[in-house]
Design a binder for this molecule. Structure first.
Ligand code: TTP
Ligand code: CA
Ligand code: CA
Length: 619
């Protein structure tokens, strides 16, 4: 299979065959349809990424001038470097000491931290990883604000948050509206159209790309000749209606980005193309090492081949890692163009059926939808790696309080968007080195006011249970998490309504006592809210309703009692659900291998992944 003759087989193919969908015929039916989804030939997707994000958040918080060189440090390392600071040759690789040498006027902000006794994270003197814990809350909050500006400015664009400083925006709908508004003759099929609604649209107008962004060149020659990148009308190039759609998308994105900058003070970089993969790729066109920020790049379909072919494919997000290594090794190649010579059959033979997805990606095809993630708050985890291990159980309380403060704040923030969010379960993990961790969980009490005290109390209870019968400890990492976070119904009846639904669904569940003073009495482990866990007291595996696989505990320790085994199984179930959740987020066509090797007290024994899946052991 590895023979060069086989790999070279496709070499006779012309480029137009490799990229044969760049100029689809667009008909009246296309432009008049509302729901073509990913098959829409006028699809326009943008990816918007904030420039030097954490550094920008701190600059805005401190009301500093955008020209001030500023970095954000975490302990001695840099995690974000503003563009003015990059001018001094400072990069994320530098230690703070060296950065200051390179730029004596550097403003260095240590990321906010939680410390015991403080309900809110703050900017303290003498932060120390032995006593403090990093807080990213400011950045999460600013991130939500940016997303909200997107939503306000583009009420009918679909928005999917992709990371703390990135979002995909599906501009197809707003673009279509503008297109029909601007070219009303497209809205009616002419009487003499030969094929009725299936007739092609009339020729598109010429586009003036000035002010719309950086046009990614169609050919390497253009790149050389168009030094200022904005040559509008290339000789011999005929505009398509998709180009017109992209140009309208670019207008909309320019407005959105201007709003973000005006309202919040952040500059962003965006990519605009026909799908998510290409939008993300071209958002960083010429970015990392240059000073080009606050701009958007536009990738026309006709520019796709020249853009993708010379690209080292391992730089592409999904093709880095093990899969990229395997491809490089298998075919002894470096760039996308080299891989185009490999037939689909050959790839599927080597990497399984799913290789279709890679095959298409190399050809600039990506069928993933832009989808708002409504389940964003499904779980929340606060964790701390301890530079100084806990050796005395009594010392755990300090960290539990710190972690509780973070969870309290994050839940409070989340409730600003969805006021009725309630975590059903609280989980505590403690890990020793890279060994398996121990964990305990309990139903979380229903309290409207989830304060640090309430969480710390619940956490401490779990800690005590975890430390029961333990003679010597050496904990190097603690994590406190809320899982099963759900929104209850709004309004006054919410509490009753919520419990009623649960009772109806799960008759054996005991209703939490509502007259107790101690909120924690309402939900200790004996009232685990998930009936299957209770039935599984003596089990060591379960069958997932979604993928129908049997998932088993990897190591069942002899010293575990029934309850511990049930708790381990519940964790495993949660982990497996999280895996499905992550997979849903990544889109069905990018399989992620279940996170089986995460160091929790259990190891899932997943069915051996097949084909391409095995190259995704890490996200
Ligand atoms: P990035 O978008 O990768 O980088 P950036 O926004 O700082 O710079 P650029 O203008 O090149 O996009 O990451 C967003 C934030 O995520 C970044 O400001 C800090 C944080 N981050 C880390 O904490 N560690 C990391 O290794 C990376 C890559 C990012
Ligand atoms: Ca960024
Ligand atoms: Ca980013």
């Amino acid at each position: 299979m590895n023979s060069p003759s086989k790999s070279a087989k496709g070499k006779g193919k012309t480029m137009s065959q490799d990229y044969d969908d760049l100029r689809p015929i667009i008909t009246y039916r296309h432009i008049l349809s509302q729901n073509l989804g990913v098959r829409d030939p006028l699809r326009v997707i943008a990816l918007c990424d904030s420039d030097a994000f954490y550094a920008a958040c701190e600059r805005v918080r401190l009301a500093l001038d955008p020209t001030v060189p500023i970095v954000v440090q975490q302990w001695e390392s840099l995690i974000a470097v503003s563009y003015p600071a990059r001018k001094y040759g400072i990069s994320r690789m530098d230690k703070i000491k060296d950065a200051k040498k390179k730029c004596p006027n550097l403003v260095a902000v240590h990321v906010a931290t939680y410390k015991e006794g403080e309900k809110e994270p703050g900017y303290w003197d003498n932060v120390d990883t032995r006593t403090h814990k990093v807080s990213l809350d400011l950045y999460r909050r600013e991130s939500s604000k940016i997303i909200n500006v997107f939503k306000q400015t583009l009420p009918n664009g679909e928005i999917e948050k992709a990371s703390i400083d990135e979002a995909f925006i599906d501009l197809t709908r707003p673009v279509r509206e503008k297109l029909l508004e601007r070219y009303p003759h497209l809205a009616t099929v002419p009487e003499d159209a030969p094929d009725g609604a299936d007739s092609p649209l009339p020729p598109p107008p010429l586009i003036n790309w000035d002010q719309l962004g950086v046009l990614i060149p169609l050919t390497p020659q253009d790149e050389v000749s168009a030094q200022d990148e904005l040559s509008n009308v290339e000789s011999g190039y005929s505009t398509t209606w998709h180009d017109v759609a992209l140009s309208i998308g670019a207008e909309l994105m320019a407005q959105v980005r201007e709003e973000v900058s005006k309202q919040l003070g952040y500059t962003t970089s965006a990519g605009i193309a026909r799908n998510k993969f290409l939008a993300k790729l071209c958002a960083s066109y010429k970015k990392p090492n240059s000073q080009v920020i606050d701009r958007q790049s536009i990738l026309r379909n006709d520019a796709i081949p020249y853009y993708l072919r010379p690209m080292p494919f391992q730089k592409i997000r999904f093709l880095g890692g093990k899969l990229g290594d395997a491809l490089a090794k298998e075919y002894d190649v470096l760039i996308v163009g080299d891989l185009l010579t490999i037939s689909l059959d050959e790839m599927q033979h080597k990497f399984g059926e799913n290789a279709l997805w890679v095959y298409e990606l190399l050809r600039g095809i990506d069928r993933n939808e832009v989808k708002e993630k409504s389940t964003l708050f499904k779980s929340m985890l606060a964790s701390k790696n301890l530079p100084k291990p806990i050796t005395d159980p009594a010392d755990g309380q300090h960290w539990i309080r710190v972690l509780a403060a973070e969870l309290a704040l994050r839940l409070k923030d989340a409730r600003e968007e969805v006021p009725t969010l309630w975590p059903k379960t609280i989980v505590l993990h403690a890990r020793k080195g890279y060994e398996t961790s121990r964990s305990k969980q309990a139903a979380f009490p229903f309290t409207k006011n989830v304060t640090v005290d309430v969480i710390a109390l619940a956490g401490n209870k779990l800690w005590k249970e975890l430390m029961k019968d333990v003679t010597s400890i050496n904990i190097t990492s603690v994590q406190l998490a809320f899982t099963g976070i759900e929104a209850a119904e709004t309004g006054q009846q919410m509490i009753h309504g919520f419990f009623k639904t649960r009772d109806a669904q799960h008759p054996p569940l005991k209703r939490p006592r509502s007259n107790s003073d101690d909120p924690l009495d309402k939900g200790v482990e004996s009232e685990t809210p998930n009936p299957p866990e209770r039935q599984e007291l003596s089990l060591t595996s379960f069958v997932c309703e979604r993928c129908h696989s049997r998932i088993a505990l990897g190591d069942v320790r002899a010293e575990w009692n029934e309850e511990q085994r049930a708790s381990a199984l519940a964790m495993l179930r949660q982990e497996h659900e999280d895996f499905h959740f992550a997979q849903d987020l990544a889109g069905a066509s990018h399989p992620i291998k279940p996170r089986s090797s995460k160091p929790v007290s259990t190891r899932s024994r997943e069915p051996e992944p097949k084909g391409i899946t095995k190259f995704f052991s890490k996200k």
